[in-house]
Design a protein. Structure first.
Ligand code: HEC
Length: 104
């Protein structure tokens, strides 16, 4: 009996730790964190935030995506500090391909 209580508590703790407690911005559907304002000004003007993060990767990946946007899709020049915040934000919060749905 006692043992099962401990197992239950342990399981609850593990599940809780795994729960994603990050706050989600209602407008973009993206995680609230430093850099989101820059994303709103420079990225979600053209496409929904969740569309950007269907794929994910490290800083190199995100720098590359930004350069693709600039070369082919009409994204303007970004000041270095703005670009750094965007790359930091995306690589910190969207480092992996994940199961995001773009219509939520
Ligand atoms: C001037 C408009 C415009 C801006 C600004 C813009 N994009 Fe895009 N983006 C596009 C278009 C157009 C597509 C292609 C959509 C399609 O393939 O249907 C796209 C596609 C994407 C994709 C998916 C395609 C791929 O190659 O993976 C990502 C990721 C992306 N944009 C990231 C960004 C980020 C990050 C920013 C801000 C730094 C940004 N975009 C700003 C127009 C823009």
């Amino acid at each position: 009996m006692k043992k099962s209580i401990w197992i239950t508590l342990l399981l609850a703790a593990v599940l809780h730790a795994e729960g994603d407690t990050r706050q989600i911005d209602r407008v973009t559907g993206l995680v609230v964190d430093k850099g989101l304002e820059d994303i709103k000004e420079n990225c979600t003007v053209c496409h929904p935030g969740r569309f950007i993060v269907v794929n994910g990767g490290d800083r190199k990946f995100w720098r590359y995506k930004i350069s693709v946007m600039q070369r082919g899709f009409g994204l303007w020049d970004l000041p270095e500090d703005t670009k750094a915040r965007i790359v930091d934000y995306l690589s910190r919060n969207y480092a992996q391909k994940r199961n995001v749905s773009i219509d939520r």
